[in-house]
Design a protein around this ligand. Structure first.
Ligand code: NI
Length: 264
């Protein structure tokens, strides 16, 4: 299996990222992709990817940080993205959820930063890894508007949540759909009207990729502890159950999907 989105580059893995990587690899995880959310964490993701054959990096400015991406951020990002181990631009997109810590960054500012990174992905011929929270309609509209510069395999929606209509919009544009440990949680994702298992049922298996978003979104039965890439196997098992497939079928197909999308 492949964990296409996690954050071993974040503070909570500072002391033991090596142990977490080795646990995942020893349990059959083939590759791990660490994702940046601003310039410094993107740089850290690139550095980690250079230390292990099985690690890759995705670099970008998350919508939370769109109001302060830093000086010359797009040039700095472009430099980082030229590294051989960088496989996409992300996590980029829009986030209209009101977090207690920082509220919502002005949507207009988020859109500008998102569009600059769509153009960057085009210049470097890299796929996009999209972050969407309560902003699916605007994201689909922006992507449609940039359709002529999207790749044939344009990217993936990370940690998908949203309506069936947004799912259809993403699939029609050629995007892959990522599922995380929160697919094991009971009930609806906060603020959404469709459950994640229902979204997974409606997504063809040849368009699904698996992820953990470690250290966040720990799957059951480990919820309440720190998440780690080895738990992507739990996500695979859960998807197999939902879609009445064997674990091996889900493992092989989602691994192939990630290899095709990211060229790894
Ligand atoms: Ni993330």
């Amino acid at each position: 299996m492949i964990d296409v989105h996690c954050h071993l580059n974040f503070e909570s893995f500072k002391k033991d990222s090596d142990a977490a990587i080795k646990r995942a690899l020893s349990q059959g995880v083939r590759s791990i992709i660490n994702v940046g959310t601003k310039i410094d964490s993107s740089q850290k993701a690139v550095e980690l990817s250079e230390e292990y054959d099985e690690l890759y990096a995705i670099v970008g400015v998350h919508p939370h940080h769109a109001d302060k991406p830093g000086e010359n951020w797009i040039q700095n990002l472009e430099e980082l993205a030229k590294n051989k181990k960088v496989v996409a631009i992300g996590e980029v997109g829009l986030d209209y959820f009101k977090y207690l810590s920082n509220g919502i960054v002005e949507p207009k500012v988020q859109k500008e930063v998102f569009e600059k990174q769509i153009e960057l992905a085009h210049r470097l011929n890299l796929p996009l890894q999209i972050h969407n929270r309560h902003a699916g309609e605007d994201i689909i509209e922006i992507l449609k508007h940039h359709k002529n510069i999207l790749r044939d395999a344009p990217g993936m929606f990370h940690c998908f949540a949203g309506s069936m209509e947004i799912l259809r919009g993403a699939l029609d544009l050629g995007f892959y759909i990522g599922f995380d440990g929160n697919i094991t949680y009971k009930g609806l994702p906060p603020g959404e009207s469709v459950s994640l298992p229902d979204i997974a049922k409606a997504t063809p298996i040849d368009r699904i990729v698996t992820e953990t978003d470690s250290p966040f979104l720990t799957p059951e039965p480990h919820r309440g502890t720190r998440n780690e890439p080895a738990y992507v196997i739990i996500v695979g098992n859960f998807i197999a159950e939902i879609k009445s497939l064997t674990f091996e079928e889900v493992r092989d197909q989602t691994t192939q999907n990630a290899m095709d999308l990211f060229g790894i």
